[in-house]
Design a protein around this ligand. Structure first.
Ligand code: FAD
Length: 402
């Protein structure tokens, strides 16, 4: 039996661990994670966990005994610091060598750090891990004025959670609306309105120039010169695939680790899945790297099936969700650019479905508080359907009939 090492402790690693055994892989399997806990529901960190509705225990995907039952050895709190793909071994902190025949890289992504003046002050936080979330929750319990830098998903969700905890919250982002990149201006504008209505101060189209403070952060200065008092700063300006370990290892790296539709790298027996993987999507004929939970879980499982000798092309319509205040957003589709966005519903409520079209083809669908339209919308994306925009926009159109 060939020993398999799963490197990473996120949901891609979890999906792989489950699927390896389900697909009948009976060799030794070791899961190595730099984090001291078994894989957990990372999306909950900025939502239920930060709001104090769930404990660390309650967000574990499965308890540690589950891995024991699967016969999977856990190496938690052990970071891999070097890899040799020719000798087929990893070096783990503090120096132990771990051999493998098969390696699945599921190292995920890491927050981009801002290198502006003052961002090294105490009171500046990033959010990726449970440890980050625990520290942030602690800080939030004492903070009164929170500044969120960056209004992507993490920024928007942290801002909403902090506001729900009764904090004064200001969000700064250089783009004109929240989530302008993934959702476009019109849909982003709906989210901006929801945040404003809940009392969040938005400074959109603006950049932070520096943070100031003595023992801890006290104020932010924007490029416009505006000064914003704050005692806690949360930065959410995007993530990068965690590939540092593999630079120079012989793997092809370009916006993540390049893999084919079976999650295989160019090196035999080495696979990658989740946020770290930039894969060839056979149904659309281009590469994608997706930074969302569902993809990581499914792709981890797809890699495991390939490792177990039952490869099936991995060609999903990517899916993700976000919760902010009482707003539920779901997205199914491919990333832009699009040339047309078609909305149906009521922007003020909001209760909206948006279709993103490229050359007349439905490339993505977003539902805001209209979860029932996601499934028929997703089907249109899957079918690469061409639908008259006027028909999509017409509220009397039954999407299931298209
Ligand atoms: P990760 O979850 O990043 O896991 C990577 C693991 O590898 C970590 O445990 C890390 O410590 C470990 N690791 C890295 N390098 C090493 C090394 N050298 N040695 C040992 N271990 C290593 N997605 C959604 O779809 N919906 C949401 O609502 C949503 N909300 C989110 C909220 C937050 C706060 C965050 C941070 C993310 C959210 N996401 C959401 C994104 C989603 O969580 C990620 O897409 C998903 O976690 C990716 O899983 P992964 O297993 O590929 O990587």
């Amino acid at each position: 039996p060939r020993p398999c090492v799963i490197l990473g402790g996120g949901v891609a690693a979890y999906g792989a661990a489950e699927a390896l055994r389900a697909a009948g892989y009976d060799g030794p399997v070791t899961l190595v994670s730099a984090e001291p806990v078994v894989p957990y529901d990372r999306p909950a960190l900025s939502k239920a966990f930060l709001q104090g509705q769930k404990t660390a225990e309650e967000i574990l995907l499965k308890p540690p005994e589950h891995y024991q039952r699967l016969g999977i050895e856990l190496r938690l709190g052990q970071r891999a610091t070097a890899v040799d793909l020719d000798r087929r071994e990893l070096v783990l902190e503090p120096g132990e060598r771990l051999p493998f025949a098969v390696l699945l890289i599921a190292t995920g992504a890491e927050p981009v750090r801002l290198r502006l003046p003052g961002f090294d002050l105490p009171g500046v936080r990033y959010l990726r891990s449970l440890a980050d979330a625990q520290a942030l929750r602690e800080d939030l319990s004492r903070a009164e004025r929170v500044l969120v830098v960056g209004c992507g998903f993490i920024g928007a969700e942290v801002a909403a959670s902090a506001r729900m905890l009764g904090k004064q919250v200001t969000v700064v982002d250089p783009l004109p609306v929240p989530l302008a990149g993934p959702l476009g201006e019109e849909v982003g504008g709906i989210l901006a309105e929801v945040h404003r209505r809940h009392g969040i101060e938005l400074r959109l189209g603006q950049k932070v120039a520096e943070l100031r403070g003595h023992r801890s952060v006290e104020e932010a200065v924007l490029e416009s010169g505006e000064r914003i008092a704050c005692d806690l700063v949360v930065v959410g300006v995007g993530v990068r695939p965690a590939v540092a370990l593999f630079q120079g290892s012989g793997l092809q790296i370009e916006n993540g680790i390049l893999v084919d539709e079976h999650c295989a790298t160019g090196v035999p027996g080495v696979y990658a899945a989740g946020d770290v993987a930039n894969w060839w999507h056979p149904a659309i004929g281009r590469r994608l790297r997706v930074e969302h939970f569902d993809n990581a879980a499914q792709q981890g499982a797809a890699a495991a099936r390939a490792i177990a000798g039952d490869p099936q092309p991995y060609a999903p319509v990517p899916y993700f969700w976000s919760d902010q205040f009482d707003l539920n957003l779901q997205y199914a589709g491919y990333p832009g650019p699009w040339d047309q966005v078609v909305l149906r519903g009521d922007k003020a409520a909001p209760s909206v479905t948006a279709f993103y079209l490229r050359q007349g083809v439905v490339e993505a669908v977003v539902t805001i508080n209209r979860p029932r339209e996601l499934r028929p919308g997703r089907r249109l994306v899957e079918a690469q359907a061409r639908v008259d925009p006027a028909v999509l926009a017409d509220p009397s159109t039954d999407l299931r009939a298209l």
